[in-house]
Each structure stands twice: as structure tokens, then as C-alpha cells.
Design a protein around this ligand. Structure first.
Ligand SMILES: Nc1ncnc2c1ncn2[C@@H]1O[C@H](COP(=O)(O)OP(=O)(O)OP(=O)(O)O)[C@@H](O)[C@H]1O
Length: 306
């Protein structure tokens, strides 16, 4: 588990991370989302002891990172897939990490297998594609078989096969009961991968919610199809709904729920061919939550002005 309490980091007068309090729980994938400059990377650095908080604290399995004995056995992180020595062979890179962290050599073959790199282990990292480097970074994170995993932008620059593979791996790590924190800008991907979401903007936590609750909370529309859409469109508009034609055929209806739409159609003898509630995408929800914060960006916050 990762526990942050009032976690704060200021650089000069700028508060990059602002009193964050959250828990990242085991057995589920937690997405860490925010616009550029929101404070995600700073928070991750604070979690991993790469930087010190100005105020507050963050613990991994009950301890600050720097107090962990054998940290690679407790937390694995992918921060920058390029942060490897290009001249080294992939297997040697992992062997070196294992030896310097008191991890059995046998783990190297295991993590190469798990990340699909068994055949590539003898190759020098300098010749790896971005996707292979991401896999190697994940192999290094898994080396100590840690309970907590933190991946910063793990799908950046990957092709669809690579994205599909990482999604499966991340889900399987959570299913094994591990604590998994993933930062990403790719909302559609996060919607498929994360069970829980933390949304940051300007260093502040704006949402800490289950994915299902978040996308159910508001927005979305109902897709309605009938043999001839125009009469129903007129009736629904008269009842106060907003109705827009769908590109091919059908109506996108907001302002009435499916039961109200069905009742209107039934009262007027109109047979429905389709009635599908469509929740908003995570991207729409994300914009709704973060837009007010970003619009406010033009004005200094009181704490910045001090
Ligand atoms: N070492 C530093 N010195 C000064 N300011 C910093 C430092 N590191 C981060 N910042 C500032 O803190 C804020 C948060 O940056 P951070 O990199 O954590 O955001 P992020 O959410 O990871 O952004 P991105 O999605 O663009 O990577 C930004 O305004 C950034 O300029």
C-alpha cells in the first residue's frame, strides 16, 4: 500500500504538490492522471524517495522509501525506459541489478520470460526499440518480486500490440494482489486498465474515485434508434431533451433517462430498435474535472502570491 498524508512539495514559491492525502490500495490498478505540470512526476519522485517533501509524508508498506530494507523487493518502478546503459546486454543489465540488490540470479530469466524478452536477453540495449526498452524497464521493476509497482507513462510510444500486452500485464499484477500505480495521459487506455483513479491538477487532488463511479457520476447520453427517427426526436425535444442525430442513423439524447425515452415512445406507438445508455468517456469526465482548475491558472493562487 502507498499512503500519502498532506504531501507537499514547493520549489521556491511554486507549490508543485499541494497537501495530497490518498491511499493506493493492493489488488487493483490505480490510475494517476493530470494535465501537464499537475505534479504527477513530482509525487512519484517523493514516493520513491528521489526528492524530499517540504511538508507531510508518504509511506510504502508503512515506511518511507528511504527506510525500506531491500527496497527493490518491496517496490518496483518504471520511470524512464531510456535510463539504461545502451552498451549493456539486457540480461547483464538485469543481472547487475539483481547482484547489487541481493536478488537471486534466477529471477532474471523469470522476468525476461514474463516481459516477453527471453529471446532478446543477449542483445545490447542500445539496439532496442522503445517498446523493448519499456519491457526491459518493467522487467527491472519486477525483478525483486515487489508488492508495490509504480509505472510512469508505461504505454508511451507503444504500438497497439505493445499497449495490449502492457494492459494485460498490469491487470495481472493487480490480480496477484499487488499495489499498482500507473500515470498516463492516455485516457482511453486508462479507462480500460484502471479500477481506481486519482486526478491531480496544479498539485491538488481533485478526484479520488472508483473508475465505474467516476464515469457514472454525470454526463453521457442515450443512443436511440427507431425505424424512422424524426417523430420520436420531435416528441423528446418537446419533453425537454436535447436530441442530436447520430452520424449513421439514430439519435443521441441527453436530458431524459432511458425509462423516460421508452415511455414516450410506447405512449405514441413507436417501436424502439435500440436504447443504449452511453456513459461519458474518462476523457470527458477528466476535462470536466480539470477545466475549471486550468482556467484558474491565469490567476495566481493566494499561496503563490505570498
Ligand atoms: N526540480 C524542479 N524545480 C522546479 N520546479 C519543478 C521541478 N520539478 C517539477 N517542477 C514544477 O512542478 C510542477 C509539477 O511538475 P511535474 O513534472 O510533477 O508534473 P507532471 O504532472 O508530471 O507533468 P507532465 O505530465 O508534464 O509530466 C510543474 O510546474 C514543474 O515545472
Amino acid at each position: 500500500m502507498i499512503e500519502a498524508d498532506e504531501l507537499t512539495k514547493t520549489y521556491g514559491r511554486h507549490r508543485a504538490v499541494d497537501r495530497l492525502t490518498f491511499r493506493v490500495l493492493p489488488g487493483r490498478v490505480t490510475g494517476f492522471l493530470g494535465p501537464n505540470g499537475a505534479g504527477k512526476s513530482t509525487t512519484i519522485r517523493l514516493i520513491l524517495g528521489l526528492d524530499s517533501p517540504t511538508h507531510g509524508r508518504v509511506r510504502i508498506n508503512g515506511r518511507p522509501y528511504r527506510a525500506l530494507t531491500q527496497p527493490l523487493r518491496q517496490v518496483g518502478a518504471l520511470l524512464d525506459a531510456h535510463a539504461t546503459h545502451g552498451g549493456r546486454r539486457a540480461r547483464d543489465h538485469l543481472l547487475w541489478l539483481a547482484q547489487t540488490n541481493d536478488i537471486p540470479r534466477g529471477r532474471v530469466a523469470e522476468v525476461l520470460r514474463r516481459t516477453g524478452l527471453t529471446e532478446e536477453g543477449h542483445r545490447r540495449v542500445g539496439g532496442f526499440s522503445l517498446g523493448m526498452k519499456q519491457r526491459l524497464g518493467i522487467a527491472a521493476a519486477l525483478l525483486g518480486d515487489p508488492q508495490v509497482l509504480i509505472f510512469d507513462e508505461p504505454v508511451n510510444g507503444l504500438d497497439p500490440d505493445g499497449v495490449h500486452w502492457i494492459r494485460g500485464l498490469i491487470r495481472s499484477l493487480a490480480a496477484e494482489g499487488r499495489t499498482v500505480l500507473i500515470s498516463s495521459h492516455l485516457m482511453s487506455e486508462m479507462q480500460l486498465t484502471a479500477d481506481h483513479v486519482l486526478i491531480l491538477a496544479r498539485g491538488r487532488l481533485l478526484s479520488d474515485s472508483g473508475m465505474a463511479d467516476l464515469v457514472r457520476s454525470d454526463g453521457g447520453d442515450v443512443l436511440v434508434r427507431t425505424a424512422c427517427d424524426t417523430p420520436l426526436a420531435t416528441l423528446l425535444t418537446a419533453r425537454g431533451a436535447t436530441v442530436a442525430p447520430e452520424p449513421a442513423h439514430g439519435l443521441a439524447v441527453t436530458g431524459l433517462d432511458p425509462a423516460e425515452i421508452a415511455a414516450t415512445a410506447a405512449t405514441h406507438g413507436i417501436a424502439l430498435v435500440e436504447l443504449t445508455p452511453r456513459p461519458p468517456s474518462l476523457e470527458e469526465v477528466f476535462r470536466r474535472i480539470t477545466d475549471p482548475e486550468l482556467r484558474y491558472r491565469a490567476e495566481p493562487r493566494p499561496q503563490d502570491a505570498r
